[in-house]
Design a binder for this molecule. Structure first.
Ligand SMILES: [Zn+2]
Length: 152
């Protein structure tokens, strides 16, 4: 196999423990070029692997580290902007939580853990929830002469 960086042949392949964005050590197939040092990492069954890491992280019996928040948020398939809108905070605030510049609220961590448990979120649905034009008309109730609440 040719090195995609320098074009020379002789890439060496090995299964190694690889650091996954600082959130876990996972096994992966690593190809290294002895000529230029270029490295390519291939994860086996990446979806399953990432799901397993996400579930283990979200089950951790401790507060999450800021970079773990960021990793889990990305795992939910949403941008920082999506999540910021969803929780009613600015993207800048979310960014400060994820880089450790500001302490994040426990409620956000719980929501993120719940999102991971539920699997990939339907972000189109979440966005529709925020759009007042697409929300259902209000249900009007009034009290009848018998004191019962009924729909108008
Ligand atoms: Zn190379």
């Amino acid at each position: 196999m040719k090195c995609y960086a320098c074009g020379k042949t002789g890439m060496k392949t090995a299964v190694e423990k690889v650091d996954l964005d600082g959130v876990a050590q996972v096994e992966a197939t690593v190809r290294r070029c002895p000529s230029c040092g270029e490295k390519a990492v291939a994860y086996e069954r990446m979806d399953d692997l990432f799901r397993q890491v996400a579930v283990e992280l979200s089950d951790a019996d401790r507060r999450l580290m800021p970079h773990e928040l960021a990793w889990l948020r990305k795992y939910t398939g949403a941008s920082g902007r999506d999540w910021a809108d969803f929780i009613g905070r600015s993207p800048e605030t979310l960014s400060r939580w994820e880089n450790g510049a500001e302490e994040y609220p426990l409620a956000f961590e719980r929501l993120l853990r719940l999102a991971v448990k539920n699997g990939p979120m339907e972000w189109e649905y979440v966005k529709e929830l925020r759009d007042p034009k697409k929300t259902e008309p209000r249900i009007e109730l009034h009290q009848n002469s018998a004191g019962r609440w009924v729909r108008t």
